[in-house]
Design a protein around this ligand. Structure first.
Ligand code: PMP
Ligand code: GLU
Length: 394
């Protein structure tokens, strides 16, 4: 018997990025040799000093509930991190630690949005933003971008999308999936629009801040426009910067009233994030930061290789990424020239079945005709993947 599920659950789809990784895993378990370019997670192990901190915590019996919003030690480490790296000042009641940045975003939308409120999301967007907004009962207002504008929105587009119902604007730079990063000038012009709307909360998802080569240093919208501080939430986590996706630690800094509402929701759902992971995250933020530069260099080398290979294939147009571990080529030329392939979803399926390469169709990110590749895998896999791609498409 099928149990009738809630309208809420029925209104959303499973995360497509996680679904592609699961499908690749399933095919591998059936004996197929799949090259995974779908997963959005660093392939490196978590640095040793971080693992040792967790092992020590475990051995010392740090295995009980902690304060809902995070340990005092981790909250202090986050406050120091924001000060040191982002020039942002927060007090303890302005910080919440959650089970991944995804959970921080989820708590934010649950704490902020009412039925009928509008959330402005630039496309291409990370797959979970629209469904999280829907789970909170809100409507999404998607701003489309184009290749000429480097897949970034303009201040005019932002202005046109704002209504009296707008409650939240989400900005992710460097961006998953496009890999592009807004310049300080571009952020300033978006900030100018938002400064006239203090009721709109700005969520800056900075999870890829450290995986960046296209600009000299990372800046978010509140760095460029400090007057937005009172209505901006900065979201981040240790998953991408320190190869800690499985540890599930993310955090938010923002207006105390909003952060406290998010904490209340967390107290009635997950309680605290895992105690041992919190110790590991504190070690990541307070310890040696050289890992970040080392992994950045490797990602950049891989990026350059894949970017060059993709642009050699007829029908693919691929802009360079400025950060992240994604490339987001336009495959429309390939779709147009291939018989029996009508869109990016069919093409990604064909490439998985026939080419044995897993990638995520652009439609999942609100950008049909594109496909996202993750280069967070070894150079050997990338070489094999590019050979297979060329073979499958020619
Ligand atoms: N934001 C973006 C843009 C992401 O790509 C991810 C990766 N899943 C997250 C947030 C969430 O990361 P996590 O929950 O692992 O901290
Ligand atoms: N952020 C990653 C991705 O986009 C991880 C998967 C997820 O949580 O969506 O692939």
């Amino acid at each position: 018997m099928d149990v009738k599920i809630s309208q809420r659950a029925a209104s959303i789809k499973p995360s497509p990025t996680l679904a592609v990784s699961a499908k690749a895993g399933q095919l591998r378990a059936e004996g197929r040799d799949i090259i995974g370019l779908g997963a959005g997670e660093p392939d490196f192990d978590t640095p040793e000093h971080i693992k040792q901190a967790a092992i020590q915590a475990l051995n010392e019996g740090f295995t009980k509930y902690t304060a809902v919003g995070g340990t005092a030690g981790l909250i202090q480490a986050i406050i120091q991190k924001f000060k040191r790296e982002n020039d942002l000042e927060y007090s303890t009641d302005q910080i919440l630690v959650s089970c991944g940045c995804k959970h921080s975003l989820y708590n934010l939308m649950q704490a902020l949005l009412n039925a009928g409120d509008e959330v402005i999301i630039p496309a291409p967007y990370w797959v979970s933003y629209p469904d999280m907004a829907k789970l909170a009962g809100a409507e999404t207002v998607i701003i489309k971008t184009n290749a000429e504008g480097n897949l970034k929105i303009t201040p005019e587009q932002l202005q046109a999308a704002i209504t009296s119902k707008t409650r939240l604007f989400i900005l992710n730079s460097p961006s998953n999936p496009t890999g592009v990063c807004y310049t300080p000038d571009e952020l300033a012009s978006l900030g100018k629009v938002l400064a006239n709307h203090p009721d709109i909360v700005i969520a800056t998802d900075d999870i890829y801040e450290h995986i960046l080569w296209g600009q000299e240093s990372f800046q978010n919208i509140v760095n460029v426009c400090p007057d937005l501080y009172d209505h901006t939430v900065v979201l981040n986590g240790v998953s991408k910067a320190y190869s800690m996706t499985g540890w599930r630690i993310g955090y938010a800094g923002g207006p105390a009233s909003l952060i406290q509402a998010m904490k209340k929701i967390q107290s009635q759902s997950t309680s605290n994030p895992t105690s041992i992971s919190q110790v590991a995250a504190q070690a990541a933020l307070e310890g040696d930061q050289s890992y970040i530069n080392t992994s950045n260099k490797i990602f950049k080398e891989r990026h350059d290789f894949v970017h060059e290979q993709l642009n050699k294939i007829e029908g693919i147009e691929c802009h360079a990424s400025e950060g992240t571990f994604y490339l987001f080529p336009n495959f429309q030329g390939v779709i147009d020239r291939m018989e029996n392939i009508n869109n990016d979803i069919e093409l990604a399926e064909y490439l998985l079945e026939q080419g044995e390469i897993a990638m995520v169709p652009g439609s999942a990110f609100g950008a049909p005709g594109y496909i996202r590749l993750s280069f967070a895998t070894s150079m050997e896999n990338l070489q094999k993947g590019m050979e297979r791609l060329e073979k499958a498409l020619t």
